[in-house]
Design a protein around this ligand. Sequence first.
Ligand SMILES: Cc1cc2nc3c(=O)[nH]c(=O)nc-3n(C[C@H](O)[C@H](O)[C@H](O)COP(=O)(O)O)c2cc1C
Length: 215
Amino acid sequence: MSDLGLFDVMYSTRAMRRLKSDPVAPDLLLQVLEAGTQAASGQNTQPWSFIVVSDEKDKSFLATHYRDVMNKQFSDYRPKIEDQSKGARSMRAAWYLSDNLHNVPVLLLVCGVRDWPFSVPEKDRIGKAPPSYGSVYPCIQNILLACRALGLGATLTTLHQLFESELQEYFAIPNEYGVVAMIPIGYPKGHFGPVHRKPAQTVSYLNRWGNNFPS
Ligand SMILES: Cc1cc2nc3c(=O)[nH]c(=O)nc-3n(C[C@H](O)[C@H](O)[C@H](O)COP(=O)(O)O)c2cc1C
């Protein structure tokens, strides 16, 4: 475990998309998954399950589909070499991940129970994530923070949602579960943090929307 404090970890956990192909030890991965399972969930239902994908053929399945989605949906967003803006740098990293996904040592599928605890008619559920997925996100965040604390790079990705039925079938995931996130994990090529976010004060109000939060 690193000696970084919690706030150091939170302030430097960013999408690490350039990863080495060096393997990650199973005991380290288990530590990451244990951290995930410490998260809170609605009524403590703990609606998560994980598939740790490290087999070359299985990674290749994910990488091929992921790349197809990137090519179909985002080919207009391949930044030009000369564009050095923040947005272009981030997009370039997203393309790098897509082009190199098969070389990442671990692709973690975080699965979640599909549950609609409130009364939402079937017809109104189309295209929406089940509310129970909200109970999986604290677990996902714990996983990302644990990776950072252990010196592992990771990125929360959701593009797999565009090939979810193939994914379900390939990995024999029962229909009551969906794949909430795919998290590529490995040792980073670059450096962690700092993250760039809007200052809290610019998105916070006191008592009523629009009332400045005092410094
Ligand atoms: C809900 C969610 C979905 C995301 N999906 C993807 C994705 O499919 N592919 C990807 O490369 N990054 C994905 N990201 C990573 C974000 O793009 C990234 O965290 C954001 O641009 C900020 O960058 P930073 O974390 O490096 O500061 C996702 C992040 C979140 C929170």
